[in-house]
Design a protein around this ligand. Structure first.
Ligand SMILES: Cc1cc2nc3c(=O)[nH]c(=O)nc-3n(C[C@H](O)[C@H](O)[C@H](O)COP(=O)(O)O)c2cc1C
Length: 202
């Protein structure tokens, strides 16, 4: 099977993209609006971009031609937190993905406690074992796309004390974190086998 992506409809392109670029980690993005309303929603167009500076990106689509609440808040405050969602939080992640209006506080809706980030003006999910506090570095309008790429500099990383670190390093014990990732449609996945391979000696 071979497809010319320009010959496909948007739905088909979306289906191919989201079923091939997998598994995608989930940025559970928490923000605050200009008038102080909390917001929380999951985004799986989420990637590591750079370690120095410490950058991550989230690609946010539009809703009926308008910015989603997360993007509007990010534009207004220049801040967001990426809560790294875990297996135990999957149902709540899904609950916060509803296309609610800006007046809805998804923390309340999903029964989640929030706390205030120290380094940026955004809330985070208090029960999330790993959180990235981000300041907007760039907001990139993607030519011809309804999506907007938000690049954030992670100013502060929070990892819960009960998550072990690999001794002598800043590697988090990923298996203990139990991250959850998105496939396509309503499918998710968790960490499976963790094969270890030494890099070739050159
Ligand atoms: C697991 C998951 C991943 C999602 N990833 C994205 C994404 O990468 N980009 C996007 O625009 N919407 C994504 N969505 C949909 C948003 O979560 C949804 O539009 C949400 O209502 C946006 O909330 P907001 O208006 O409060 O920002 C995803 C939904 C789920 C359940």
């Amino acid at each position: 099977m071979i497809w010319d992506t320009h010959a496909l409809g948007g739905r088909e392109r979306y289906q191919l993209l989201t079923s091939l670029v997998v598994p995608r980690p989930i940025a559970w993005v928490s923000t605050r609006s200009a008038d102080g309303q909390r917001n929380l929603a999951p985004f799986s167009y989420f990637a590591a971009v750079s370690a120095t500076p410490f950058l991550v990106s989230v690609s946010i689509g539009s809703r009926r031609g308008e910015d989603k609440d997360s993007l509007r808040n990010i534009r207004d405050t220049g801040a967001f937190c990426v809560n790294l969602a875990t297996e135990a939080q999957l149902a709540q992640v899904n609950e916060t993905s509803g296309e609610w209006g800006p007046e809805v506080d998804e923390f309340v809706m999903a029964g989640l406690e929030s706390a205030q980030a120290d380094s940026v003006d955004a809330p985070y999910v208090a029960g999330c074992p790993a959180v990235l506090e981000c300041r907007v570095q760039q907001i990139v309008a993607l030519e011809g796309s309804p999506n907007t790429l938000v690049i954030g500099e992670v100013l502060r990383v929070r990892v819960a004390d009960e998550i072990p670190m690999i001794p002598g390093t800043h590697f988090v014990d990923t298996a203990a974190l139990r991250p959850v990732a998105r496939l396509w449609g309503d499918l998710y996945t968790t960490l499976g086998d963790l094969p270890a391979l030494e890099r070739p000696a050159v």
